[in-house]
Design a protein around this ligand. Structure first.
Ligand code: FES
Length: 146
């Protein structure tokens, strides 16, 4: 069973779903795992409160990229409010394999990046408005694909 799940993760890593770019996204954020430098950029196209389009680019370990692939499948077509409520446990469920504490940051980089993208867009995530601007600089971010 475990092998089956491992294959499933590797399949998403090799052929990630929703990998690409949205030209004029409504929300965008580049997240990075400071421990290894791996990155994921999430782009969302939002219409009528629904995540109508989603794409990501990035590079990193199999777990981080597979989790981004699975998460983008999961949020596509969902209301933004529901996406903002996705928890780390939900993402670990999507991955379906045991994640060691050392790899948690890999597994959750995609969710962290989606959450930041929504927060920067204007407090879609509950409580984001209460955050007195934690150093985030809103505005156009030069796209720096490595
Ligand atoms: Fe970098 Fe997994 S080793 S995100």
């Amino acid at each position: 069973m475990d092998d089956l799940y491992r294959d499933y993760i590797l399949e998403h890593y090799r052929h990630p779903h929703n990998f690409g770019i949205i030209e004029a996204p409504d929300a965008r954020y580049e997240g990075a795992n400071p421990l290894c430098g791996d990155r994921i950029t999430m782009m969302l196209g939002i219409r009528d409160g629904i995540v109508a389009e989603v794409a990501f680019t990035g590079r990193g370990c199999a777990i981080s990229q597979a989790s981004a692939s699975l998460l983008t499948d999961e949020i596509k077509g969902k209301p933004v409010d529901e996406v903002a409520k996705i928890t780390p446990a939900d993402v670990l469920d999507l991955l379906g394999i045991e994640i060691s504490p050392a790899r948690l940051k890999c597994a959750l980089l995609s969710l962290d990046t989606v959450s930041h993208a929504l927060e920067e867009r204007g407090g879609a995530a509950a409580g984001a408005a209460a955050d007195p601007g934690a150093g985030a600089v809103p505005g156009p971010v030069a796209s720096a694909e490595a």
